[in-house]
Design a protein around this ligand. Structure first.
Ligand code: NAP
Length: 512
């Protein structure tokens, strides 16, 4: 803490969220010798999405040797695709090993933040009513952290138990229950096979079938792990091999979507092999191009759907009654538990009433027809706010940790340049941000996500713009974020008077 302003704690940097993004940022700050920062985490532990999501079967669908920090390789992954618990433990170990735990404040959710243009500071308010100020805020709140609750008539009338996959109710025993699962996305294909053997009956409500390919998972043997520990070069080679293998897929996703028809064959074969009944197979066959929605990996989802105690229901849901779900064809199916596998509000990641920039502009409202930023990280009118996993930094083909690390490098360089140049605040120029987004949308035009014939959460529900994905190779993003391009920003100098009390702040009233 650099100081306090009228008793309000002040930090040079406030980081929101202790997942991959927030912890990665904190680690890099520590490594650079910065100690004047704090990490606010609303949950009671670190790990972000891997702390929050604890549904049965929750695991990563990107191979762990790539889904890890480049600076903290883990030779001890027990499976190629690590379960949530193992990833959570990895992040906890990283936080301890790199000395950031003393900076982490758990159970502290930030409710609101306001940019103070006269003081050149962010004012933050947490859920408990405590206030803070910061020169810089780094938001690592996650792109997939706000659950999407479907707007189904009557859902609030249901007398049984309803919960979202992200807020799994572990107290609610599923044995012998009549369970309805809504959604067949990445989460549902993981938990349905796990709960299926327990329940008496499971109705699976599918709106759109996903493309599913085999999951090449296996245990990493004790011997392999020992070898990786002894020869770090081996693990590096493994990581690079994986990196280029996945990177090659960009060609099909973003350059030549026609190639997806070839790749689709492995999913079609998988479906044929696992689902012998042609009617069921038809119901499970997507009518859009492979890759348009996220490609799922599973060896046990189709077998679960073919089990005797499971019904796949493809008619849309008309309403929920006190103890049943009624579909559009008028059929009523009893249920005592509803599990919502309905995903997240990825295209609207910031709620209204939370982040207020210059002239009191509410970021949630500002983004009403879809988020946009510069390099997925900074937003015109919201000075000194850096967003990790911001707009168009998601990936359909590889590990998002690669993108997060690129953004962290960009923020670190920004902080260095601000410090060296006596700059108190930076605000990306609106025309620069617009040009970046025009370029992005042009690049996205021919991609499978835009032309594949599906409706996905990648596209904003109002504008239809793809606001979530990066349309290229991850190394291209890395090159663009390697250095902080100060020329793209309006700047204000540090005010020497106030910096003594509240850190390195900007001159009140100075023009941008
Ligand atoms: P999702 O992929 O968005 O799936 C949501 C499902 O709910 C879809 O099948 C959707 O149908 C359905 N749905 C939504 N609203 C509905 C409504 N009103 N009525 C009926 N059905 C409705 O969500 P998710 O499975 O939670 O996964 C989200 C993302 O999280 C993934 O794409 C992935 O990026 C990440 N994730 C990753 C892993 C991992 O292994 N690393 C695991 C889980 C999640 P439509 O398709 O018709 O919209």
């Amino acid at each position: 803490m650099a100081g306090s302003n009228q008793g309000i704690p002040h930090y040079r940097v406030i980081i929101i969220g202790a997942g991959f993004a927030g912890l990665g940022m904190a680690i890099r700050l520590r490594q650079a010798g910065e100690t004047d920062f704090v990490v606010f985490e609303k949950e009671s532990g670190v790990g972000g999405t891997w702390w929050v999501n604890s549904y049965p079967g929750c695991a990563c669908d990107v191979e762990s040797h790539l889904y890890a920090f480049s600076f903290a390789p883990n030779p001890d992954w027990r499976r190629l695709f690590a379960p949530a618990r193992e990833i959570r433990d990895y992040l906890q170990r990283c936080a301890e090993r790199f000395g950031v735990m003393p900076h982490v404040r758990l159970n502290t959710g930030i409710r609101r933040m306001d940019w103070d243009d006269s003081a050149g500071l962010w004012h933050l308010l947490d859920a408990g009513g405590a206030r803070y100020t910061a020169n810089v805020v780094v938001a690592g709140m996650g792109a997939l952290s706000v659950p999407h609750y479907p707007d189904i008539p009557g859902l609030e009338r249901f007398r049984g138990r309803v919960f979202h996959s992200q807020q799994w109710d572990h107290e609610h025993v599923l044995d012998n229950r009549r369970v309805a699962v809504i959604g067949t996305g990445a989460s549902a294909v993981q938990f349905v096979p796990r709960i299926r053997p327990k329940v008496r009956h499971l109705d699976l409500y599918q709106r759109t079938p996903p493309w599913i390919v085999p999951r090449p998972d296996r245990a990493v043997s004790h011997r392999e792990r020992r070898r990786l520990r002894r020869f770090p070069g081996l693990q590096l080679a493994w990581r690079w091999g994986l990196y280029w293998l996945l990177e090659a897929r960009v060609l099909a996703f973003a350059r030549y979507p026609g190639l997806m028809r070839l790749l689709q064959r492995s999913a079609e074969r998988h479906l044929r092999e696992q689902v012998p009944d042609p009617r069921l197979r038809r119901a499970l066959t997507p009518d859009y191009l492979f890759g348009c929605k996220r490609i799922l990996l599973s060896d046990d989802f189709y077998p679960a759907v073919t089990a005797e105690n499971v019904d796949l229901i493809t008619a849309g849901i008309r309403e929920v009654r006190e103890d049943a779900i009624v579909t559009l064809d008028g059929i009523e199916r009893p249920a005592d538990t509803i599990i919502l596998g309905t995903g997240f509000r990825a295209a609207d990641p910031v709620p209204t009433g939370m982040i207020f920039g210059r002239h009191g502009v509410d970021l949630g409202e500002h983004w009403a027809d879809g988020p946009q930023a510069y390099k997925g990280t900074t937003i015109a009118g919201f000075p000194n706010l850096f967003m990790l996993m911001g707009p168009n930094t998601g990936l359909g083909h590889s590990s998002v940790v690669l993108m997060i690390e690129s953004q962290i490098a960009y923020v670190m360089d920004a902080l260095r340049r601000m410090h060296r140049g006596g700059i108190g605040a930076v605000d990306v120029k609106p025309d620069v941000q617009q040009a970046w987004n025009r370029w992005l949308q042009r690049r996205l035009q021919g991609t499978v996500w835009n032309v594949g014939g599906c409706r996905s959460w990648y596209l904003h529900p109002v504008s239809g713009r793809n606001v979530t994905l990066w349309p290229g190779f991850t190394w291209q993003f890395r090159l663009r974020t390697r250095r902080f391009d100060l020329g793209a920003y309006g700047t204000r100098p540090v005010d020497a008077d106030t910096s003594a009390t509240v850190g390195r702040v900007a001159v009140p009233g100075k023009e941008w």
